[in-house]
Design a protein around this ligand. Structure first.
Ligand code: NAD
Length: 495
C-alpha cells in the first residue's frame, strides 16, 4: 500500500477525461456547456466536465441503436464478448490506483476503501458476469409432440444507466457488466457529482475491444441528460440507482414515453436488530458502527436505525460509542483515514438539518453532533450517535445518507420486527442473535431485499443486491441481474 505522500504525489500527476464519450471517442457537449467537478476534501476544482443535454442524448442513442442493429456486439458469440469483458476487467486491475484516485478525489471516499472494496468488487463483477455469459442456455418448452417451442434470451437493445455518486465506479459496473455481457448497447449517465471514473472506464472499454457505439458515457445533470434519456422513445431499458424521489420520476417518464422497462435501486433506511442473545455485544456494536459510518454513511444499505433489546442496551450503547469514536474524519488520500468528507455542501447541510431536527424532537446526542464547517477545508461531518430515538421522529423515518445513527429500543421479538418493518423502505436489514431459530424466523418476517445475520453488507458477485417497497425493484449482481437486460423470446414451430 502506498503512503499518504505517495498518494498525494500521484494525485498531482493524474489527468482527467472531461468530455462525453460517444461512438468510441471523446467530444464536447453539443452546447459547449460544462459543469465544475470539485474535490470535496479541499473544495478545489478538479475539472470542467461536458454538460450533456437532449442534443447529446439524441446523438448517443442514435449511435447506440445503429451499433446494436449492426450486430457487431449484439450478435457476437457470447464466448467472444466474454473475452473482451475479461480484458476490460484486467485493464481495470492494471489501472487500479488510477481508479481509486479518481473516485477518492471526486467524491471523498477513503483511498483504502476504494482499494479494499470498490475497485476489486468492480473487477470481480466484470469477471464473474463475463464468465457466466457463455453458460446460459435457452429452453425447450414441454409443448405437445406436434410443436416445438424454443425459448431464448435476447438482448433488449439500448440500455440507459443512470447512477449515483456514492460508489461511482462500482454502481456503474453493476449495471454495465450484465448489460454489456448480454449484448446490449449502453449509455451511462454518471452522477454530475462524480463523473470522472466512468469516462476513464469508457476509454478502457474501447482499448479492451468493445466496438465503438456500444458503451457511451454522457456526463450531465439529472434534469437535462438524465431526463432526456428517460423520456427517449428509442431507449429500451432504464437501469437506475439513486434516490427514491428520482426513481418515482423515472417511472413517470417511462409512462409518458415508450413504456421502457425501468429498473430501480433506490433509497434505504435499513434497521439493525440487536437481540440480547447475540453472541458478542462488543462485536455487534463494532459492526453497527461500521454499518453507519463506512463511506461517511453515504451508503444505500447503511443501517441508520439501531433497535436494541432493553436488557443489553446500556452495554451495547457504551461499546457502540467507543467503536464510533474510532471513525475519524480526515484526508481520504491518507491510507489511515477511515472517513472522508461528504460529497458536497448540500449533503453537509442535509446532515446538519437532520441532526438539528433530531435534537428538537428529543434525541440525545451521545457522539458527534453538528459539523464544524470551515470554508475551503472540506465538507466534513462527524460520526454521530443519537439516543432516545423512536419511529415517530423525522430523522428515524427519512433517509439522511450521512453518518447519523438513531438508537431505538425494544422489548420483544414481535416488537422488533414491527418497528423494523415500519418504514417506506425495504433495502437491507441486519440481525444479531446466536439463536438459529430466531435468525430464520425474523429474516422471514423482515420486509427487506437483503438480510444479514451476525454481519452487515457482505455479498460478492454471486448474490443479488436490491430492495423491496420504496427501495426499488429488480436486482443488481448475480445471474438475476441478467434478467434486467434480456428479453425472453418464444419461437413456436408446428411440426
Ligand atoms: P439522485 O437520485 O439524486 O441521483 C441519481 C442519479 O439520477 C444521478 O445521476 C442524477 O443526475 C440522476 N437524476 C437526478 N434527477 C433526475 C431526473 N429528473 N431524471 C433523470 N435522472 C435524474 O441520487 P444520489 O444523490 O446521486 O444518490 C443517493 C441515493 O442513491 C440515495 O437515496 C441512496 O440510497 C441511493 N442508492 C441506492 C442504491 C441501491 O442499490 N439501492 C445504491 C447506491 C445509492
Amino acid at each position: 500500500m502506498k503512503s499518504y505522500s505517495e498518494w498525494q504525489a500521484l494525485s498531482e500527476t493524474l489527468t482527467f477525461r472531461s468530455q462525453a464519450y460517444i461512438n468510441g471517442g471523446f467530444q464536447p457537449a453539443e452546447s459547449g456547456e460544462t459543469f465544475a467537478c470539485v474535490n470535496p476534501t479541499n473544495e478545489k476544482l478538479l475539472a470542467e466536465v461536458a454538460s450533456c443535454d437532449e442534443a447529446d442524448v439524441n446523438l448517443a442513442v442514435q449511435n447506440a441503436r445503429e451499433t446494436f442493429n449492426s450486430g457487431v456486439w449484439s450478435e457476437m458469440a457470447p464466448k467472444q464478448r466474454k473475452k473482451i469483458l475479461l480484458k476490460l476487467a484486467s485493464l481495470i486491475e492494471q489501472h487500479q490506483d488510477e481508479f481509486a484516485l479518481l473516485d477518492t478525489l471526486d467524491m471523498g471516499k477513503s483511498i483504502s476503501e476504494m482499494l479494499a472494496i470498490d475497485v476489486p468488487d468492480s473487477i470481480d463483477c466484470f469477471q464473474w458476469t463475463a464468465e457466466c455469459i457463455d453458460k446460459i442456455y435457452g429452453e425447450i418448452a414441454p409443448t405437445g409432440n406436434d410443436t416445438l417451442a424454443l425459448i431464448s434470451h435476447e438482448p433488449v437493445g439500448v440500455v440507459a444507466a443512470i447512477t449515483p455518486w456514492n460508489y461511482p465506479l462500482m454502481m456503474a459496473t453493476w449495471k454495465l457488466a450484465p448489460a454489456l455481457a448480454a449484448g446490449n448497447s449502453v449509455i451511462l449517465k454518471p452522477s454530475e457529482k462524480s463523473p470522472l471514473s466512468a469516462l476513464r472506464l469508457a476509454e478502457l472499454a474501447t482499448e479492451a475491444g468493445i466496438p465503438d457505439g456500444v458503451f457511451n458515457v454522457l456526463p450531465g445533470f439529472g434534469h437535462t441528460a438524465g431526463k432526456a434519456l428517460a423520456l427517449h422513445n428509442d431507449v429500451n431499458v432504464l437501469a437506475f440507482t439513486g434516490s427514491t424521489r428520482v426513481a418515482g420520476m423515472l417511472m413517470e417518464y417511462a409512462g409518458q414515453s415508450n413504456m421502457k422497462r425501468v429498473w430501480l435501486e433506490a433509497g434505504g433506511k435499513s434497521p439493525n436488530l440487536i437481540f440480547d442473545d447475540c453472541a458478542d455485544v462488543k462485536q455487534a456494536a463494532a459492526a453497527a458502527a461500521g454499518a453507519i459510518f463506512t463511506n461517511q454513511g453515504e451508503v444505500c444499505i447503511a443501517c441508520s436505525r439501531v433497535y436494541v433489546q432493553k436488557s443489553i442496551k446500556e452495554e451495547f450503547v457504551a461499546a457502540l460509542v467507543e467503536a464510533g469514536a474510532r471513525f475519524q474524519p480526515g484526508d481520504p488520500l491518507d491510507p489511515n483515514t477511515n472517513m472522508g468528507p461528504l460529497v458536497d455542501a448540500a449533503q453537509l447541510e442535509t446532515v446538519s438539518r437532520y441532526i438539528r431536527s433530531a435534537q428538537e424532537e428529543g434525541g440525545e446526542v451521545l457522539l458527534g453532533g453538528l459539523p464544524d464547517y470551515v470554508e475551503g477545508q472540506g465538507f466534513y461531518a462527524r460520526p454521530t450517535v443519537i439516543d432516545k430515538a423512536h419511529n415517530g421522529m423525522t430523522f428515524v423515518k427519512e433517509e439522511i445518507f450521512g453518518p447519523v445513527l438513531a438508537i431505538c429500543e425494544f422489548d420483544t421479538e414481535e416488537e422488533a420486527i414491527a418497528l423494523a418493518n415500519d418504514s417506506q423502505y425495504g433495502l437491507g436489514a441486519a440481525i444479531w442473535t446466536a439463536n438459529l431459530s430466531r435468525a430464520h424466523r425474523v429474516s422471514r418476517k423482515l420486509q427487506s431485499g437483503m438480510v444479514w445475520v451476525n454481519t452487515w453488507g457482505e455479498g460478492d458477485s454471486t448474490v443479488p443486491f436490491g430492495g423491496v417497497k420504496a427501495s426499488g425493484n429488480g436486482r443488481d449482481k448475480s445471474l438475476h441481474a441478467l434478467e434486467k437486460y434480456t428479453e425472453l423470446k418464444n419461437v413456436l414451430i408446428r411440426l
